[in-house]
Design a protein. Structure first.
Length: 194
């Protein structure tokens, strides 16, 4: 069952509640234009990409130059290390020559030191002194073991001045004055092993 409810419509009341519409303007309607796209020139894009590529190449070139410069410096330092090693070896050889017993004996004789002809010795097992403590001294003899490497080194005299080791004689004449090797005769002595 349906019930109908009468509606009373008051046209004036309904129209009064709604605001009046504005009067239409005289402009005709038209389609909206598509927004304008700003087109970049292909020349600008190409220039930017070329600039980026050139920047990368310049950075790579700079790094290559820096690395190669470092390699040259390393090589120069290796050469300097090698040369300093050679100088160090030569200096250590000269120190060994100067510290040799033959050189020390020659310098001692040049400064006026003398040899003890009959040196006294101490016997460790008994503590006895063998020989005389006031034995005679004499001029130092020449080296019994010649050292050919000392021929170019000077000796130091009593005044501390370097003088020629050969006393003015050329090295060839001093080399001839040394004795020739002596050939061994007889049997070689053998040590006692028992």
């Amino acid at each position: 069952m349906s019930v109908t409810v009468p509606l009373e419509l008051d046209r004036d009341r309904l129209l009064g509640a709604v605001a009046p519409l504005p009067e239409p303007t005289e402009r005709p309607l038209r389609l909206a234009e598509a927004p304008k796209r700003v087109r970049k020139s292909p020349l600008i894009g190409a220039l930017v990409s070329v600039g980026i590529v050139l920047g990368i190449l310049a950075a790579q070139l700079g790094l290559s130059i820096a690395i190669s410069q470092g390699a040259y410096e390393v090589r120069a330092l290796e050469i300097e290390k090698r040369d300093l090693g050679r100088v160090q070896r030569l200096l250590s050889q000269n120190v060994d020559k100067l510290a040799s017993p033959q050189n020390l004996a020659a310098n001692a004789a040049a400064q006026g030191m003398v040899q003890n002809v009959q040196p006294a010795t101490l016997q460790l097992s008994t503590g006895a002194i063998l020989g005389s403590l006031d034995s005679m001294t004499t001029e130092a003899n020449s080296n019994l073991v010649p050292n050919a490497t000392l021929s170019t080194l000077p000796t130091v005299d009593a005044q501390g001045v370097s003088v020629s080791r050969n006393t003015g004689l050329p090295a060839a004449t001093t080399a001839k004055s040394t004795d020739a090797p002596v050939r061994w005769k007889g049997k070689l002595p053998a040590p006692d092993t028992h």
